[in-house]
Design a protein. Structure first.
Length: 207
């Protein structure tokens, strides 16, 4: 998993509350277990009409937001059914941070497992960041995870809270497998001892 340290990029405003996971990535695109190639389907029903043509008024179909790395949304982002494809699609499109007043719990947890940083901020702050984002490519936001601040184009710093352990995982690019592999030596030692003392058991390999 790619580490998340400091990100400076274009922020796209999405002033819609209760964006569910089917809006983020429709169920018909969940036939793959690969994490790549899903970005083209991100917000599909919002980005494209029934004939597959781009809707010219949707933010991610306009410049500079086609290259957005940060998304500013409203309450209850990521609600609905559980699907890890939702953060996969965001990440594959290029969005590494979502800022909103609140997130659905499962989506929030899945973001951390896939290198996407979800930031909870009060609605009035999100509204100000939304206004910043509407200024376009010359008004980029900076997200500094180590310092736990979002830096607005005017230089104002907005602090945010994050669980220390999740912060550590993102800063070091550790998903569940990465965490396990950190203990590969200890696990290997244990398995060697286990193989000697309980030789009738099948071996277990890590790495």
């Amino acid at each position: 998993m790619q580490a998340f340290t400091t990100l400076t990029g274009v922020a796209a405003p999405l002033p819609i509350a209760d964006v569910d996971t089917d809006k983020i990535i429709p169920a018909r695109f969940l036939k793959t277990v690969k994490r790549s190639g899903l970005g083209v389907h991100l917000f599909y029903t919002l980005r494209f009409d029934k004939d597959g043509r781009e809707r010219p008024d949707f933010v991610l179909n306009t410049e500079p937001y086609r290259h957005a790395e940060i998304l500013i949304a409203l309450e209850n982002f990521g609600c609905g059914s559980s699907r890890e494809h939702a953060p996969w699609a965001l990440l594959d499109f290029g969005i590494r941070c979502v800022i909103a007043p609140g997130f659905a719990d499962i989506f929030y947890n899945n973001c951390f497992k896939n290198g996407v940083l979800p930031i909870r901020l009060p609605r009035d702050v999100c509204d100000r960041l939304m206004d910043d984002a509407r200024m376009g490519g010359n008004a980029r936001l900076t997200v500094d995870l180590a310092r736990q601040v979002v830096v607005r184009p005017n230089g104002e710093e907005v602090g945010f809270d994050i669980d220390p352990f999740r912060k550590h995982l993102l800063l070091n690019g550790l998903d569940d497998i990465g965490q396990t592999l950190q203990h590969a030596t200890s696990i290997g030692t244990y398995e060697t001892k286990r193989g000697t003392e309980q030789s009738w058991l099948p071996p277990v390999h890590v790495g």
